[in-house]
Design a protein around this ligand. Sequence first.
Ligand SMILES: NC(=O)c1ccc[n+]([C@@H]2O[C@H](COP(=O)([O-])OP(=O)(O)OC[C@H]3O[C@@H](n4cnc5c(N)ncnc54)[C@H](OP(=O)(O)O)[C@@H]3O)[C@@H](O)[C@H]2O)c1
Length: 246
Amino acid sequence: MLVQQGHHVLLHGRNAEKLENVRIEFATQGAVESYIADLSDMASVLSLADKVSNDHDSIDVLINNAGVLKAPQTITNDGFDIRFAVNTIAPYLLTKKLLPLLSKFGRIINLSSAAQAPVDLDALKGNTDLADMEAYSQSKLAITMWSNALAQALPDGPVIISVNPGSLLGSKMVKEGFGIAGHDISIGAEILTKLSINSEFSDKTGQYFDNDKGQFSSPHQNALDKEKCRSIMSEMEQIRLRLEQA
Ligand SMILES: NC(=O)c1ccc[n+]([C@@H]2O[C@H](COP(=O)([O-])OP(=O)(O)OC[C@H]3O[C@@H](n4cnc5c(N)ncnc54)[C@H](OP(=O)(O)O)[C@@H]3O)[C@@H](O)[C@H]2O)c1
């Protein structure tokens, strides 16, 4: 949708063949560049941010869309639960490292979910094992909470919005995870596109858009508690510093 509207898109994926197929598919319609990185590997995440920063002086929008619910191996080489690694920590590292490229008018769109559960800090740090759905739900509340805290810390922008793109949209995650066809995934793509570029959202930083309701709404109550959100961001910051110094 973004390419079709004439935007220059930096496309990220972890599978070289898939990425190249998508790049070729859109190459005739507009400018698409591709970047490969495994977001469950923190060195790969940091290197992705470095590559984008080396190639570009500025970006307008960062969409932290990649996410995982189930995986054959749930503990990453860095020692994190893969849900927290891909859904919460990688987006935080990318956001912090790419912030210098975003102007105050820029936007960061973070994928949350209707599934949100109170975050166990030990699980976030990789010290406690969780069942798939519990890990996923905690990772999604955690990204919603650091999004709110970062938006509070950056009142002049860029705009940071977390979004539930719609529940049970028929993506790979939903088909494989729940064994159902799911709803039309363009419902999710449309709201991500609108949140990324429509002017009506330029004053919505720190808010949570619930596309099941089609409007900004209240996330889990913990994401409305500024102190709790700051505490999650402080954990994220400690993890970031440790990873960047490693
Ligand atoms: N579908 C829904 O109903 C729904 C509802 C709420 C929230 N969400 C969120 O929406 C986002 C998109 O999910 P989706 O539903 O479209 O599921 P999906 O089809 O499974 O897409 C997830 C994407 O994340 C990528 N990814 C997963 N692990 C990765 C890793 N380690 N490194 C790099 N990329 C990785 C996948 O790459 P591969 O293609 O290589 O596997 C895939 O492109 C997720 O954040 C999800 O939590 C979805």
